[in-house]
Design a protein around this ligand. Structure first.
Ligand SMILES: Nc1nc2c(c(=O)[nH]1)N[C@H]1C(S)=C(S)[C@@H](COP(=O)(O)O)O[C@H]1N2
Ligand SMILES: [Mo]
Length: 337
């Protein structure tokens, strides 16, 4: 995770994503919604039709996903005054080490991941454990669009329109026992289709594991996502099911989940195991606590280039302090990074 931060003098306020891009998207969104009022079948209900976002490959959504689209709560949470990152950047600048360590590797290599059929196991300290086909797992939930900032620990960020449902809704379904204190997530382990698990990246003890305290998991901002930009997730973004916790560094938002366990003890997470002095369990976005090797005070908002570095100040809890700060009262955020 070697990064180069532009000089502080590059942090001009005018360095924002072109306003025109944002506005054209907004217009498009508006016209799609207007279309809903006049036609019985929304444009985007047809899997072969265009997405509701400009320049977005409509994909090939499974039936259960397409059936949920008409009931989706669009823009349930938005980011005011910040442009949505272009689809191309959000899907071609990724961290998904199972498919390689370069930013372009996941887009190039994740096509081999088969997401249908997909099984999700819920186990541990729950009244109702289970092993579900993804379409059955998804049955109880209405989709919501959540437009969130995503801040990577490497000091770049994006704004992504996810589609998913609150993690708290799942927890209500599975009934955690009184012993359940943490939730643990596990990514698929399949070296046959995940080249990063085969060889050189022996540094990681696969599968990728992440976790949250139970009260963090119950926070309304925490979602399990199945879609983005009005369509199903792309493989490189963690299809078919991933966590999104927008107030934490991106590595907490574990991809391609196959197992969700309620546990008594704080789970040992992948990045802690790699370098516990650099990556903690909490990983809350915090401009005042620097990474040992770089500052966390600023970030590059993608798209960013040499001539337009698009640097901005990082916000406490990534701008979600009002919603989550109370989870951490009395906790020393320097020690619990
Ligand atoms: N299984 C798995 N999940 C993962 C990662 C990974 O390497 N493997 N990378 C994390 C990191 S470091 C980030 S910043 C985000 C990136 O999500 P995105 O590629 O959808 O933007 O995914 C997170 N989830
Ligand atoms: Mo990250």
């Amino acid at each position: 995770m070697l990064i180069k931060l532009p000089k502080a003098s590059d942090c001009k306020e005018s360095d924002v994503t072109p306003e025109s891009l944002y506005l054209s998207r907004r217009t498009l969104l508006g016209s799609s919604l207007a279309g809903l009022a006049v036609s019985a079948l929304p444009r985007w209900a047809n899997a072969d039709d265009a997405s509701r976002y400009a320049d977005v490959d409509p994909g090939h959504a499974p039936g259960w996903f397409t059936e949920k689209l008409p009931q989706t709560k669009w823009q349930a949470i938005t980011v005011k005054g910040e442009a949505i990152t272009p689809f191309k950047d959000a899907t071609h600048y990724n961290n998904f080490y199972e498919f390689g360590t370069s930013k372009g590797d996941p887009a190039q290599n994740a096509g081999s991941l088969k997401t249908e059929p997909w099984t999700v196991v819920v186990d541990g300290e729950v009244g109702k454990p289970g092993r579900y086909a993804l379409e059955d797992f998804m049955k109880p939930y209405q989709l919501e669009e959540r437009i969130y900032r995503l801040r990577c620990v490497e000091a770049w960020s994006m704004v992504i329109p996810w589609m998913g449902f609150p993690l708290s809704a799942l927890l209500k379904q599975v009934e955690p026992t009184s012993k359940a204190k943490f939730i643990r997530f596990e990514t698929l382990k399949d070296p046959k289709v995940m080249p990063g698990q085969r060889s050189d990246f022996a540094l990681i003890d696969w599968p990728y594991v992440e976790g949250l305290r139970l009260d963090e998991a119950m926070n309304p901002l925490a979602i399990l996502a199945v879609g983005m930009y009005g369509r199903e997730l792309l493989n490189q973004n963690g299809a078919p099911l991933r966590l999104v916790v927008p107030w934490k560094y991106g590595f907490k938002s574990v991809k391609s989940i196959v197992r969700i366990s309620l546990v008594e003890e704080q789970p040992k997470t992948t990045w802690q195991s790699i370098a516990s002095n650099e990556y903690g369990f909490y990983a809350n976005v915090n401009p005042q606590v620097d990474h040992p090797r770089w500052t966390q005070a600023r970030e590059r908002r993608l798209p960013s280039s040499l001539f337009s570095p698009n640097v901005r100040d990082t916000q406490m809890f990534n701008g979600y302090a009002d919603e989550v700060a109370s989870l951490y009262t009395g906790l020393d955020l320097r020690k619990n990074y």
